[in-house]
Design a protein around this ligand. Structure first.
Ligand SMILES: NC(=O)c1ccc[n+]([C@@H]2O[C@H](COP(=O)([O-])OP(=O)(O)OC[C@H]3O[C@@H](n4cnc5c(N)ncnc54)[C@H](OP(=O)(O)O)[C@@H]3O)[C@@H](O)[C@H]2O)c1
Length: 365
């Protein structure tokens, strides 16, 4: 029996390949270890960001790959097929961070009724969320299509939730308009949904490419949709908070130049366009200084203020209000097998996945 891994060249993400390694012998697993079959995982532009920032944010160290290659982390579901941990039975379903692979060995630790942690030495030194697995067997919120929604959107919606909460906490920095780039992305429309639901007079503007305009308009959570080449036609007399999912430095410079001192907040979140230049002369831009929005800091701050239960309660309430839209907003598209996974990866890398699709992949045929 073999295990299949999909790996990418760290220095040229367009180069990728499948490698086969012998499947670990279940009988020879160390004490407490689990052999998990990776059954299905989501793939979006966010996973490409993990690859782009692989060295910088240590994503490459989580799932080892041959020299110069990396295994892109993905959110998904796995089934325990062998267990050397007395508290974990074979057949259990886990939700969490997996490699693009058919199998993963987890060194189970801190096992509780709700979850466990992978204590493998090479996985330490990253944010705890990346090593935590939820035990979700029998949980209807993780079964079937609901499980796909969790894999596709829960990690992204956490960011949407945090930014909405952060803007509200700061009284929108005095802005009357919230403007989101890559408005067609799942992270952006999760945020637009929350901002729209506040119904507090803040206008929500989505910036997108011409080809994605009708999709973004159809969502109904943006008050106005504007293509990238028309942003300078927007009236510049209202204070604006800009939330950048595109990571497009020239676009940011154009917006700051256009809105000037009316740019009250400029948050850097994503890099779907991968057009961020390291020599961004951010200091020189008019208006608020662009700043990175660092989710773990905001989580720490808000769990400190609200308590873990209070924070979780708010997140769950927001998620429950969001999920019912997904049947209308997203078609889940499944691809199985190495060739299909490779195609889906390259399509995502090259921005060829229609925004109304949510890709769920498996390397097993
Ligand atoms: N900082 C954090 O903690 C955090 C958390 C979650 C997400 N994010 C970031 O938010 C961004 C959105 O992620 P997502 O998973 O929600 O994205 P997604 O749903 O896969 O977004 C797809 C959209 O991104 C744009 N896009 C994707 N690839 C492109 C390419 N090669 N060229 C040009 N445009 C491209 C297009 O939008 P337009 O045509 O509308 O531009 C496309 O419709 C990512 O950069 C992600 O890393 C950051």
């Amino acid at each position: 029996m073999t295990s299949i891994d999909f790996v990418v060249d760290r220095n040229n993400l367009h180069q990728c390949k499948v490698i086969e390694t012998p499947l670990p012998d279940p009988a020879a697993l160390p004490a407490q270890a689990l052999l998990v079959k990776v059954t299905r995982f989501a793939f979006t532009a966010n996973n490409i960001t993990y690859a782009v920032l692989g060295d910088h944010l240590k994503y490459w160290q989580l799932f080892p790959a041959p020299a110069w290659f990396g295994n892109v982390p993905v959110w998904g579901l796995g089934e325990v097929i062998a267990s050397k941990h007395p508290g974990i039975a074979t057949g259990e379903t886990l939700f969490g961070y997996f490699p693009m692979a058919t199998y993963l060995v987890i060194e189970a630790d801190d096992v509780s009724k709700r979850g466990l942690r992978d204590a493998a030495a090479h996985r330490q030194g990253v944010a705890p969320v990346y090593n935590a697995y939820s035990r979700v067997s029998g949980d209807p919120a993780f079964a079937g299509r609901q499980g796909d929604y969790q894999a596709l959107l829960r990690p992204l919606f956490m960011l949407s939730f945090l930014v909405d909460d952060f803007l509200a906490e700061n009284d929108f920095f005095g802005a009357k308009v919230a403007m989101l780039s890559s408005a067609s992305s799942k992270t952006a429309y999760g945020l637009a949904h929350l901002l729209h639901a506040r119904n507090n007079g803040i206008k929500v503007i989505g910036l997108t490419s011409a080809g994605n305009t009708s999709f973004v308009t159809s969502l109904g959570c943006y008050d106005e949709v504007v293509t990238y080449d028309s942003v300078t036609a927007l009236p510049a007399n209202s204070p604006v908070a800009y939330v950048d999912m595109a990571g497009n430095t020239p676009l940011r410079a154009t917006l700051h130049g256009h809105f000037g001192e009316q740019m009250k907040y400029s948050g850097i979140i994503g890099l779907t366009h991968r057009k961020s230049s390291p020599d961004d002369p951010a200091q020189a831009l008019p208006g608020a200084k662009p700043q990175f929005f660092f989710a773990p800091d905001q989580i720490r701050k808000r769990t400190g203020e609200l308590g873990p239960a209070g924070f979780n309660e708010r997140f769950v309430a927001a998620w429950s209000g969001f999920v019912p839209n997904l049947d209308r907003w997203m078609k889940v598209i499944e691809h199985r097998g190495p060739a299909s996974v490779q195609r889906a990866y390259l399509d995502t890398l090259n921005g060829r996945v229609p925004p109304d699709q949510g890709l769920i992949l498996s390397l097993s045929e």
